[in-house]
Design a protein around this ligand. Structure first.
Ligand SMILES: [Zn+2]
Length: 257
């Protein structure tokens, strides 16, 4: 029996306050696609959220860090330890932007030798891990070097728009049947380097995926009830929009219906 293609949300918290209060979890996304398992943005608590959900880190082929901010990278060391079984099962790759690896790296030097290798994410490059390939089409506008990803598997294409301020060129860098968007703020938000709900509405309308999933919520969205915000976005954009919730295991077969 073929394994189901899934994306598990090990957390839906974004930016500072939802993360430090753990009002929402912040463990990142666990992809299981065509039998290849990849961990994306292991924020604080990833080790707790993943073990609790019986996800087995030793099955991971790679860990991808979109950028060095704590809510995306805090558990990268312990997850490398878990992926490699404390270094006894030397395997797996780490993908991260150069500025997460150079001065003040997010990964301890003694753990690097447990990995098969480290790949530096760069604008416009393509990478592959087992049955998954992905590109990092454009550098985002965020305080540190940040990339989103466009993923391709034998059956699906989808995008993950990591933290960024909205900018011209963001929309046509991403596509696919599914769009996962990190949306921190409820209102349009000039001074911040994060997307807001009006930005998400614009992106969804431009990209027109079959389905959009919102995640990485700040307090303003959390207080407004993400599921209600998503419902309003669906009506506004004509695209089905879901709000992720902690522990949500999304099956990509839903994209076929
Ligand atoms: Zn960030």
């Amino acid at each position: 029996m073929a394994m189901e293609d899934t994306i598990t949300f090990l957390g839906t918290a974004g930016a500072r306050f939802t993360v430090i209060s753990q009002v929402l979890a912040s463990g990142g996304l666990w992809l299981n696609l065509g039998g290849t398992e990849v961990l994306l943005d292991p924020g604080p608590g990833c080790i707790v959220q993943s073990t609790k959900r019986k996800l087995r880190a030793e099955n991971l082929s790679a860990i991808i860090v979109s950028h060095r901010h704590l809510d995306h990278s805090a558990d990268v060391n312990i997850m490398v330890e878990a992926m490699t079984q404390g270094g006894f099962n030397h395997h797996g790759w780490l993908f991260a932007p150069a500025d997460a690896l150079e001065t003040e790296p997010v990964i301890f030097s003694y753990l690097r030798s447990y990995l098969e290798g480290i790949e530096v994410l760069q604008e416009g490059k393509s990478y592959s891990i087992g049955n998954i390939s992905f590109t990092t089409p454009i550098r985002h506008i965020h305080r540190v070097e940040t990339y989103g990803m466009f993923f391709t598997t034998s059956e699906y294409t989808f995008s993950y728009i990591a933290d960024t301020r909205y900018f011209e060129g963001l929309c046509h860098s991403y596509g696919g049947e599914l769009l996962i968007i990190n949306v921190v703020r409820l209102e349009a938000n000039h001074p911040y380097d994060h997307l807001s709900i009006p930005d998400a509405a614009h992106i969804i309308t431009e990209v027109k995926p079959k389905l959009a999933i919102l995640t990485h919520f700040g307090m303003t969205i959390w207080r407004a009830k993400p599921w209600e915000v998503a419902q309003r976005l669906s009506q506004q954009t004509g695209v089905r929009v879901l709000a992720a919730h902690d522990g949500m295991r999304f099956s990509l077969s839903q994209l076929k219906t």
